[in-house]
Design a protein around this ligand. Structure first.
Ligand SMILES: Nc1ncnc2c1ncn2[C@@H]1O[C@H](COP(=O)(O)OP(=O)(O)O)[C@@H](O)[C@H]1O
Ligand SMILES: [Mg+2]
Length: 253
């Protein structure tokens, strides 16, 4: 089985989180919007980050990926505080799939893979269905195929941690299931996955654990089963009802 890319930290144990935040604060114009966020993801773990539009999910992911500097708190990468940028973190095994698919629509699928500095075969291992599309322009493909390309490119690098924003926005259920299958396979090979997903129920069917954000704070956290059981509260969160941190549910299951 293919191993996950080696990191640089000799002190990082297998049970330690790949990424963890301590009291993370992120915002704009020096004003924190995301506050007191404590989360972590371990190797092989699939973790959903849920919350209504504007809850702060993308803002949180940007700080984890090193695309914006936190206003406070710490991002720990492989057990060490980090302030590296995305390209530095990606050398040490961080993959990031942004919500806007980072695909060059006029380039062929094969060229999109090459500019992503990965091998075509490594992408096809995750999504063999792209083989017959290699020579067409990426922009001519369906949204589902484009997301397979984005995700396949990220997975081809065997990241220790893959961060995915809006995993399945606008895609058909059959495509979503296909993407989930690829994520499950990668997780079984040791990749930790943190993903944002619009469909709460769908997300919880893939996730081992979930965090729910509301107005920049984590208001619920726990195993997917535990969070699933609180669907009424989640609906309230999505309607903007709650902002208190729920400490009782923060322990890992
Ligand atoms: N570049 C920005 N400058 C100022 N405010 C922003 C910026 N990006 C997002 N925001 C605000 O931060 C909040 C969280 O946004 P975001 O993280 O995109 O939410 P989500 O991804 O959960 O929908 C929103 O109120 C949004 O309007
Ligand atoms: Mg967003």
């Amino acid at each position: 089985m293919a191993g996950v890319a080696e990191g640089t930290s000799a002190v990082h144990g297998a049970d330690e989180p790949v990424i963890a935040t301590q009291d993370l604060q992120v915002g704009f114009n020096r004003r924190a919007f995301v506050r007191e966020v404590n989360l972590d993801v371990r190797s092989g773990e699939k973790v959903a980050l849920l919350g209504a539009n504007g809850a702060g999910k993308t803002t949180t992911l940007m700080a984890l990926a090193g695309l914006v500097a936190p206003l406070g708190g710490t991002v720990m990468w492989l057990g060490r505080a980090t302030s590296g940028l995305l390209h530095q973190r990606s050398k040490h095994g961080l993959g990031f799939v942004p919500a806007e698919r980072s695909i060059f629509s006029r380039m062929t699928v094969a060229d999109n893979i090459r500019v992503g500095r990965c091998a075509v075969d490594d992408v096809l291992r995750h999504f063999p269905e792209l083989e017959k599309r290699l020579t067409v322009s990426a922009g001519s493909m369906s949204g589902g195929e484009q997301q397979m390309l984005s995700l396949g490119r990220a997975l081809a690098r065997k990241p220790r941690l893959l961060i995915i924003d809006e995993l399945s926005l606008g895609l058909a259920p059959v495509v979503i299931d296909r993407l989930y299958r690829a994520i499950n396979e990668a997780a079984r090979e040791g990749t930790g996955v943190l993903f944002v997903e619009q469909h709460v129920e769908k997300a919880l069917s893939l996730a081992d654990r979930a965090y729910v954000l509301a107005r920049g704070r984590i208001v619920m956290a726990g195993t997917a089963a535990a969070v699933s059981a609180r669907s009424t509260e989640i609906e309230e969160v999505y309607l903007g009802g709650r902002t208190q941190v729920d400490e009782a549910s923060e322990a890992h299951g």
